[in-house]
Design a protein around this ligand. Structure first.
Ligand code: GRF
Length: 210
């Protein structure tokens, strides 16, 4: 069987990357990580990749800053790496850049992101703070397909957690992160087994062995 080849884009500590690595090592996820790419040279995610013997690439945004369209030029660089590594599915895992249509059109329906809220509530940044300020009683995380609207793509999986009266953004983030580490590998596994079917903006999860 040809294993699904994943390209992970990460800017920070890479705990979701780690959850994916662990799921693969524990044989709960039938995929291989072809490459881990970061826009931050010091990203802990790159270190984690190296520790597990994975190919890691730092792509410096400064290298394209003189281009007419730096964001597109950057994604062109990304695309070259993804194609060279024969990546089938792109995983955004704490990737702090907005991906351009160039990348999205090269991987239609094949870029996933994880977001620490129950979308469409609280898109964007500082979402735990926003959830607490709003006073919601339940929050969670969402794995979705990346489309051109930020945090707007079709939802694959969600997990909910309670919001407690004495939560800080940090304690809430921690509770949500635990669920992220479960549902991200699960969503990738569904993709790897061809169990996701798009119907409009609805993602239908097909039963096993169909
Ligand atoms: C996670 O909370 C994820 O939902 C958001 O960025 C954070 C990344 O964390 N998109 P990590 O780098 O995977 O630890």
């Amino acid at each position: 069987m040809n294993l699904l080849r994943i390209g992970v884009l990460a800017s920070g500590r890479g705990s979701n990357l780690q959850a994916i690595i662990d799921a693969i090592e524990q044989k709960a996820l039938d995929a291989q990580i072809a490459v881990v790419i970061s826009n931050k040279e010091q990203a802990v995610a790159l270190e984690r990749a190296r520790r597990h013997g994975l190919t890691d690439v730092f792509l410096d945004p400064q290298s394209v800053k003189e281009e007419a369209d730096p964001r597109q030029a950057y994604d062109q660089l990304l695309l070259q790496v993804l194609k060279t590594q024969q990546v089938d599915l792109v995983i955004l895992a704490g990737y702090m850049r907005i991906v351009t249509p160039l990348l999205i059109q090269a991987y239609p329906g094949r870029i996933m992101n994880i977001h620490p809220s129950l979308l469409p509530a609280f898109p964007g940044l500082r979402v735990q703070q926003a959830a607490l300020e709003w006073g919601v009683k339940v929050s969670g995380c969402t794995v979705h397909i990346v489309t051109e609207g930020v945090d707007e793509g079709p939802i694959i999986l969600q997990a909910a957690v309670p919001v407690l009266d004495d939560d800080s953004p940090e304690t809430l983030a921690e509770r949500i992160l635990e669920q992220e580490h479960k549902i991200y590998p699960e969503a990738i596994q569904l993709f790897a087994h061809n169990r996701l079917r798009m119907e409009g903006r609805q993602v239908v999860i097909l039963p096993e062995n169909l």
